[in-house]
Ligand binder design. Structure first.
Ligand SMILES: Cc1cc(NC(=O)CCC(=O)O)nc(C)c1Br
Ligand SMILES: [Fe+3]
Length: 240
């Protein structure tokens, strides 16, 4: 599916150096509008809508189900993890490649060794009033450095539809309210600098999220996890 090259490499370079890097360094987050344009952005939206229609999006799992508290009250989103190579994800793949290019243009100026990322998480809030409680994406050095969210919602009106992403940047009482607008790309540091919440949603709200890893922190987190599992196995064997 050949897309019109809406964004040239020089455009991306300028976007990275003049917008994304300065804003990340100054505020800890950066918001870019009109990334793909209507044609390519619309193609991504169509593919996400088809995933929703065909039932591919499932209830977001909670890390360790919280007894007694109703799951929906914590996370109301339905999600699917895609690599972009799946059939029907060509437009999503185009988006991911473009974001990868943008991040790689930023990486050396952000002083981080960002060379890898997670798969893409396609998320839908069904609009039943559910949202996502305030949390930090990476509170304990699991390797995730930058959260990147691409929003897909046309004619979104926060007064009626809610669904605002509210970021509570560490060290200030100011908050950043980000509307989940169509063809909007948001970056923010994944760690404790950016607690955030999704306010209750009253209309269907689509977004695609990828997390970029700092390779050193990721390698260290994997080492810690290996040691942890090794020691619990040893305990298991000795106690059995
Ligand atoms: C699976 C998962 C999703 C999210 N999503 C949001 O914070 C919502 C952002 C938005 O849609 O504006 N965060 C974490 C820490 C995990 Br884990
Ligand atoms: Fe989050």
């Amino acid at each position: 599916m050949p897309f019109i090259e809406h964004v040239s490499d020089t455009d991306l370079e300028r976007l990275a150096l003049e917008r994304v890097v300065p804003s990340l360094l100054a505020h800890g987050f950066s918001c870019v509008d009109g990334l793909l344009g209507d044609l390519a952005g619309g193609a991504v939206l169509d593919q996400v809508k088809e995933m929703h229609r065909s039932g591919v999006l499932q209830d977001g799992r909670l890390a360790g189900s919280v007894p007694g508290i109703h799951r929906r009250s914590i996370r109301g989103d339905k999600i699917a993890w895609v690599s972009g190579t799946e059939r029907g994800c060509e437009a999503i793949s185009f988006l991911l490649n473009l974001i990868d290019k943008l991040i790689s243009m930023c990486a050396n100026r952000l002083g981080n060794t960002i060379r890898e990322r997670s798969k893409a998480m396609v998320a839908c809030y069904p609009g039943n009033g559910a949202g996502y409680v305030k949390h930090v994406d990476n509170p304990n050095c699991d390797g995730r450095r930058i959260t990147c969210i691409y929003y897909l919602n046309k004619n979104w009106n926060a007064k009626e539809n809610g669904g605002v992403l509210r970021i509570f940047p560490e060290g200030t009482s100011c908050v950043a309210d980000i509307q989940p607008l169509f063809d909007r790309l948001l970056f923010f540091w994944s760690d404790r600098r950016n607690p955030h919440e999704v306010q209750p949603c009253y209309a269907t709200r689509y977004a695609i999220t990828v997390w970029y890893f700092d390779s050193e922190e990721r390698a260290e987190a994997k080492r810690r996890f290996r040691d942890l599992t090794a020691s619990t196995e040893k305990q298991g064997n000795s106690s059995s």
